[in-house]
Design a protein. Structure first.
Length: 239
């Protein structure tokens, strides 16, 4: 994942090959469909997948974005090594200073990254810099107010996606430590993105691949109401 100058121990955490750097296919496909509809042009576009991880999300999206140039960007050497097996273009870059000229990108995929950032404000400002006016931002992040998190909080259980330690899970369901530092509700995400100089176009929900199988039908139903969905998918345009 791409981060903004984290402490050395946090950087080491994300370079650990055991830390997951990919998320579920359903989210990737929904996000790719949103982007394909937004581009809706025969002209080739440059799409940056910032925080591309192992390249799985961009590779999943590529068949829905034929003719467009997708560039994977990450600071993690380990992630980029894996991404090179899936993507034709990968670049190492920090979110504090992306290696692209101002206005050089038509769209940015920013998938499951913002929740890992020490400084999300600077990250969105840098993304806005590299996007052309009217360029598209496709951001996805876990929903703090997902339907099951509301129930868990009501009985005093730590919400899914939230973490109190980088070493172990405490007080919530799940086993994987993934390094989430910030979580958003639908309302908070809209307000935050708009305050950074974007126009929010659309907000959708997506299911979470980690939901237990018996509960997955409920999780898919919740997508109809994004504030309750597991994953928030936001489409914004640079103003």
């Amino acid at each position: 994942m791409t981060t903004t100058a984290p402490p050395e121990d946090l950087r080491d955490f994300y370079e650990n090959p055991a830390v997951p750097v990919a998320s579920g296919t359903p989210r990737s496909l929904r996000q790719a469909r949103m982007l394909a509809a937004a581009l809706s042009t025969d002209t080739a576009q440059t799409i940056l997948d910032i925080g591309c991880g192992d390249g799985t999300a961009a590779a999943t999206a590529a068949p829905l974005l034929p003719g467009h140039r997708i560039v994977g960007v990450d600071w993690s050497h380990d992630a980029l090594t894996r991404a090179r097996t899936r993507l034709p273009y990968v670049v190492r870059g920090e979110l504090t200073a992306l290696p692209f000229a101002a206005g050089s990108a038509d769209a940015v995929l920013f998938s499951e990254v913002i929740e890992h950032l020490v400084d999300p404000d600077t990250a969105l400002e840098e993304i806005r810099r590299v996007l052309r006016p009217g360029g598209h931002l496709m951001l996805s992040t876990p929903n703090l107010a997902a339907w099951y998190n509301r129930a868990l909080l009501a009985v005093g259980v730590q919400p899914v996606f939230s973490e109190v330690s980088l070493r172990a899970i405490h007080g919530r369901p799940g086993r994987e430590v993934v390094g989430h530092l910030r979580l958003y509700t639908a309302r908070a995400l809209r307000e935050f993105v708009a305050a950074t100089g974007f126009e929010v176009v659309r907000l959708e929900g997506a299911p979470f691949h980690g939901v237990p199988r018996p509960l997955r039908p409920l999780d898919r139903l919740a997508c109809a109401r994004p504030p309750l969905a597991s994953i928030l998918l936001l489409h914004a345009r640079r103003t």
